[in-house]
Design a protein around this ligand. Structure first.
Ligand code: SAH
Length: 221
């Protein structure tokens, strides 16, 4: 069994309240709700933000980036529906929280972050919590071909299109959850790969993510 809980169960009642909020907003997958109860979000945010960790809001994590709002993480995870021992690629490690949720649900997680500082602090927390998550620092829009194909891909930053490399690296039958739109507002695209070149897409408006910057994303430094 995986065990992400620390000795002292900090903020347990706050986590319960958050799970109730997620339920009231339409998150029904019990495995997702259980993961939210287990993973300690306060460990993934800067110290001064800890008291806000269980509010249903995005919080700054440095480098102009954010840990996504819990509802958004829950909604995307429910759409991805991670299964034990299947392989998942995440683009945009950020704080590492989303990766930890998929790991807690039993998935084998591969995650990519472009910012060195965020990559380093996520690696540190994965290590402290003994989460066996594979992480790398690079442009996630080109994917991570070495471990492809993935049973699911989740992109936690918003780009102009669905990167072709990610489509290629998704297994047939797999799902990709990715926000697509302009820099202000995006539609969450949930793609299912039907065959090597056929995808079915379900679109859910409206979400706001930080920009996906890279070869198949927005230009940026
Ligand atoms: N999943 C994260 C959300 C972080 S915000 C969490 O749970 O905290 C999205 C992240 O995507 C940011 O950290 C940003 O630096 C990163 N990002 C943006 N474009 C990227 C790219 N092309 N490759 C990898 N990471 C990228």
């Amino acid at each position: 069994m995986r065990n992400l809980t620390s000795f002292t169960k900090m903020y347990e009642s706050e986590r319960k309240e958050l799970v109730e909020i997620l339920k009231s907003r339409g998150i029904t997958n019990q495995r997702v709700l259980d993961a939210f109860m287990k993973v300690e979000r306060h460990l993934f945010v800067p110290d001064i933000m800890k008291q806000h960790a269980y509010k249903d809001v995005a919080l700054p994590i440095g480098m102009g980036q954010t840990i996504s709002q819990p509802y958004t993480v829950a909604f995307m995870t429910q759409a991805l529906d991670p299964q034990p021992n299947k392989r998942y690629l995440e683009i945009g490690t950020g704080s590492g929280y989303q990766a930890a949720i998929i790991y807690e649900m039993g998935g084998r997680v591969f995650t990519i972050e472009r910012h060195h500082d965020l990559y380093n602090s996520a690696m540190k927390i994965f290590d402290q919590l003994n989460l066996k998550i594979a992480a790398r620092c690079s442009d996630g829009t080109i994917g991570w071909s070495e471990f492809a194909p993935y049973d699911g891909i989740i992109v936690t930053a918003g780009g102009p299109t669905v990167p072709l490399n990610l489509k290629k690296q998704l297994a047939v039958g797999g799902k990709m959850v990715i926000p697509v739109g302009d820099k202000q507002i995006q539609t969450l695209n949930v793609l299912t790969k039907i065959s090597e070149d056929k995808f079915e897409t379900h679109e859910v408006p409206y979400f706001t993510f930080v920009p996906l910057i890279g070869k198949e994303g927005w230009d940026g430094k």
